[in-house]
Design a protein around this ligand. Structure first.
Ligand code: FMN
Ligand code: 173
Length: 389
C-alpha cells in the first residue's frame, strides 16, 4: 500500500479544529533561525556554518531556485505512489536522512532519536562515522528499519576494516563512502569561535569503542582521553587515497557502495569503472570547497555521464518538497536531507525530526500531484525550466 504523505496536510487542519497548531513551522527553511533563537548561536553555528564566506551554500540554494517547475494538467493524479527502488531496496519515498556527525551537540537524544524518527517514517537513516553514539546502539534503536553506514575512511586500514565489519554485523545495508572530506575545510564560523566538537570528545563514539582503534593507543581512552582525541584527529581521514584504493572497500563490503561528494562527471565515470554502485552528487552542503560548483548544477552533468550505470543520489540545499522534485527532474533517484532534520532534532528531538520528514514528503506529494505526476518515475528534465535572472 502506497503511503498517502499528503494526508499530513489535512491532519494539521483537522487538529486545528480543536485549536492545535503544529509545534514547529511547516516551512522548513525557517527552522535554522528558530533553532538559533532557542538553542543559542553555539551548536547551531557548527551546523549552519559553511566553508569560506558561505557562498557555496548560497549557490546551492540559488541553483535550485533558478530552476522552476512547469506543471502539467489533466493527467490523473488521484492515486499517487512516491515509492522508489534504490540500490535494490524499495523505499516509500525518494528521501533518506543524510549522514551528520556529532548530533549530541543539538539534542541529548542525538543519533538514536533521529534514527527512530527515520524508522517510524520508513525512510533510511545514514549514520555518520563521526556519530556521538556507537553504531550498535543506533542500530538497536531502529529495529530492522533500513539503515546505511557512512564511512570516513580512516588512515588506519584496520580501523576502516573493523568499522565495516561492525556496520555489517549491526545490519547496515548500504555503505556510503565520503570522498570530499580528506581534511576539514577552512570554516570561519568555527575558527572564529575556535570550536571543533571532537576536541571536546564529541563525535568519537565509534572510534573509542573500536578494538582496532584502541589497539593503536598507548593507554586506555579513560586514562588519557586527550591522547585518544589526538589519535582520532590524526587517523580520521586519509588524504593519500586514490581511485585504486577503492578495491579495498569492495573487498571488505559485500553490499552496495555509494561514493559521496562527487561533482565532476569524470569522477562519476571513475566510480562506475571501479565497480561502485552509486554516487551522491554533493558539495557537503557548501562546507568543504569554498567557491565550489553548486550541487544542483553538477547533478544533470553527472546524471548524463553515468545515469545508466550508477544510482545517482543528491544532497546540498534541499529545504522543501519542490526542491526534491527538482532534484528528481535533474536526474537524481533520491535525495539526502541534511540540515533541516538536524534543526528538527535540536528543536524537538525525535518528534521534531518526524515533523520535518512528514512536512517534506507531504509537500513533495502535493508538488508531484499539482505538477501532473502520480509518482517520481515520470519526472524528468522537461518538467523544469532554467531562468537566467
Ligand atoms: C553538522 C554537519 C555534520 C556533517 N557531518 C557529516 C558526516 O559526518 N559525514 C558526511 O558524509 N557528511 C556530513 N555532513 C554533510 C551532509 O551529509 C550533507 O552532505 C549536507 O548536510 C547537505 O547539505 P544541506 O544540509 O545544506 O542540505 C554534515 C553536515 C552538517 C551540516
Ligand atoms: O562537519 C562536517 O561537515 C563533517 O563532515 C564532519 C566531519 C567529521 C566529524 C563530524 C562532522
Amino acid at each position: 500500500m502506497a503511503r498517502h504523505w499528503a494526508d499530513f496536510q489535512y491532519e494539521i487542519y483537522l487538529n486545528g479544529m480543536t485549536g492545535a497548531v503544529p509545534r514547529l513551522p511547516t516551512d522548513l527553511s525557517r527552522l535554522e533561525e528558530l533553532t538559533e533563537r532557542r538553542l543559542g548561536p553555539g551548536p547551531v553555528g557548527y551546523v549552519a556554518g559553511s566553508a569560506g564566506d558561505g557562498s557555496t551554500a548560497r549557490a546551492n540554494r540559488a541553483a535550485l531556485e533558478r530552476r522552476r517547475i512547469v506543471p502539467r494538467m489533466l493527467r490523473d493524479v488521484h492515486e499517487r505512489d512516491l515509492s522508489v527502488e534504490v540500490l535494490g531496496r524499495s523505499l516509500p519515498a525518494p528521501v533518506a536522512l543524510a549522514p551528520v556527525g556529532v548530533l549530541s551537540i543539538m539534542h541529548p537524544g542525538a543519533e538514536p532519536a533521529a534514527a527512530r524518527a527515520a524508522a517510524a517514517q520508513g525512510v533510511p537513516f545514514v549514520l555518520s562515522s563521526a556519530s556521538s553514539t556507537p553504531m550498535e546502539e543506533v542500530a538497536a534503536a531502529m529495529g530492522d528499519a533500513e539503515r546505511w553506514f557512512q564511512l570516513y575512511w580512516s588512515k588506519d586500514r584496520e580501523v576502516a576494516r573493523s568499522f565495516l565489519g561492525r556496520a555489517r554485523a549491526a545490519g547496515f545495508s548500504v555503505l556510503v563512502v565520503t570522498l570530499d572530506t580528506p581534511l576539514l575545510a577552512w570554516r570561519p564560523r568555527d575558527l572564529d569561535r575556535a570550536y571543533l566538537p571532537f576536541l571536546h570528545g564529541v563525535g568519537t563514539a565509534n572510534y573509542f569503542t573500536d578494538p582496532a582503534f584502541r589497539a593503536g593507543l598507548a593507554r586506555p581512552v579513560q586514562e588519557d582521553p586527550n591522547a585518544a582525541v589526538m589519535h582520532f584527529v590524526n587517523l580520521f581521514s586519509d588524504p593519500g587515497n586514490t581511485w585504486p584504493d577503492l578495491a579495498f572497500l569492495r573487498e571488505h563490503w559485500d553490499g552496495p557502495i555509494v561514493l559521496k561528494g562527487v561533482l565532476h562527471p569524470d569522477d562519476a565515470r571513475l566510480a562506475a569503472d571501479a565497480g561502485m554502485d552509486g554516487v551522491v552528487v554533493s558539495n557537503h552542503g557548501g562546507r568543504q570547497v569554498a567557491g565550489s560548483v553548486a550541487a544542483a548544477d553538477a547533478l544533470p552533468r553527472v546524471a548524463a555521464a553515468v545515469g545508466d550505470r550508477l544510482t545517482v543520489l543528491f544532497d546540498s540545499g534541499v529545504r522543501s518538497g519542490d526542491d526534491v522534485f527538482k532534484a528528481l527532474a535533474l536526474g537524481a533517484r533520491a535525495v539526502l536531507l541534511g540540515r533541516p532534520y538536524v534543526y528538527g532534532l535540536g528543536l524537538d528531538g525525535q518528534p521534531g525530526v518526524e515533523h520535518v520528514i512528514r512536512c517534506l514528503l507531504a509537500e513533495l506529494d502535493l508538488t508531484l500531484a499539482l505538477s501532473g505526476h502520480a509518482g517520481p518515475a515520470t519526472v524528468g528534465p522537461a518538467d523544469l525550466e532554467e531562468t537566467t535572472g
